[in-house]
Design a protein around this ligand. Structure first.
Ligand code: NAP
Ligand code: ZN
Length: 354
């Protein structure tokens, strides 16, 4: 394969065993080899997602090869190309679409890429970008324009792509909708706020958070009514704010104790969209609310290639901004994981190669 000078080994941040975040360590590992349709990316920036924390702590939906390293979001330069690769050259600036699908199974051929029987999400089912290099199929690269930094781009795919699909495709969000985002300050949340305002132009946007500082941040970001759920029950507050009507759509990635309150925040026929369960996947529920109010509960996961490309168009033209609270070198990973696990985040944290 044509290549620049690529070392045989590289640094990665990974783990051999699940359990504690203390299991994470700096590793010296082989640089991945690439297949004929793959590209080797010299990683310049990655960002952390809550799934990276879940991956280290526990895993129930895939069995990686160990040591495993996460890093679902990757932006960098093409460092080498496989023999069948066309359209990409060494040195090209790229961002990786992490939702890798086989494009051949019965779901993929119908265009239902999210249901792909052989899906392999970057950093989950295959090793990701918490390393100096990563291998990626050529079809899963998006060209990165010069005016967008690697950090801004690497913040987008998992958090932004998931929010875009959940709200625009699954949530069918409309301009006259009132939307409540439960857990609005994190990665998914900050993209969801902007998608709702800048792309959908929703009527009224409500958001929940847990501190005064985060509430101020959300107001500045464009949330019309911020509710601190540590001070009041957010469903009761929604009831007051909407004159006992409830909102049209709730986007809840928190789950746990928030789930039934999210249902209570909706008016009859309202849509409850979820793509995550940060506070717990087995909440108590209130079935009577579902049938008496005829609630419409819609699941969503990840993004199709078209969703992600559309979102990147908005990022590239400046409509949507990546809120990267902090950028730090990869070897400061402990602090980055701590920020996410301890809920210190306003938007995203990026890890870069120095
Ligand atoms: N299905 C998919 O494809 C997909 C893709 C991306 C993300 N997700 C899921 O979506 C969720 C959000 O991901 P993210 O990367 O945006 O996470 P994040 O940046 O850590 O944001 C989590 C948000 O939830 C709020 N929160 C409320 N209760 C919490 C609790 N008990 N623990 C932690 N946070 C809590 C936090 O803010 P406050 O403290 O202000 O409440 C924060 O705004 C995760 O569950 C993730 O796994 C799923
Ligand atoms: Zn498939």
């Amino acid at each position: 394969m044509p290549s620049t000078a690529i070392p045989e080994t590289m640094t990665a941040v990974g783990f051999y065993e699940h359990g504690s975040l203390d299991n994470l360590q700096l590793l010296e590992v082989e640089v991945p080899s690439i297949g004929p349709d793959e590209v080797l990316v010299d990683v310049k920036a990655t960002s952390l997602n809550h799934a990276d924390v879940f991956s280290v702590r526990e895993l129930d939906h895939y069995t990686p090869e160990y040591p495993h390293w996460g890093g679902m979001d990757v932006a960098g330069d093409v460092a080498a190309v496989g023999e069948n690769v066309t359209g990409w050259e060494i040195g090209d600036r790229v961002v990786v679409n992490p939702f890798i699908r086989c494009l051949e199974c019965e779901h993929c051929v119908r265009g239902d890429f999210m249901f792909c029987r052989n899906r392999k999400t970057m950093g989950e089912h295959r090793r990701g970008g918490f390393a100096e290099y990563v291998d990626a199929p050529q079809r899963y690269l998006i060209a990165l324009p010069d005016h967008v930094s690697y950090e801004e781009a690497a913040a987008v795919p998992i958090a932004g792509g998931t929010a875009y699909r959940a709200l625009m495709r699954r949530g069918d969000l409309q301009a006259d909708d009132e939307l409540l985002i439960v857990g609005a300050t994190g990665g998914v949340g900050t993209y969801a706020v902007q998608i709702a305002n800048e792309i959908c132009n929703v009527d009224t946007l409500y958001g929940t958070t847990s501190t005064d500082e985060k509430a101020e941040f959300l107001s500045d970001l464009g949330v019309d009514h911020v509710i601190d759920y540590t001070e009041e029950s957010f469903d009761e507050r929604i009831w007051d704010l909407t004159d006992k009507r409830g909102v049209d759509v709730v986007y809840d990635n928190v789950g746990g104790p928030a789930w039934t309150k999210s249902m209570r925040s909706l008016h009859e026929g309202g849509r409850l969209v979820t793509s995550g369960a940060t506070a717990g996947p087995n909440p108590e529920t209130e079935m009577r609310l579902i049938f008496i109010r005829a609630l419409d509960i819609r699941g969503s996961s990840g993004a199709d290639p078209g969703d992600l490309q559309r979102l990147f168009d908005y990022v590239f033209d400046g409509t949507i901004e990546s809120i990267v609270q902090e950028t730090m070198p990869l070897d400061e990973y402990e602090r980055a994981y701590e920020m996410m696990a301890e809920r210190e985040l306003y938007g995203k944290v990026a890890l870069v190669q120095e």
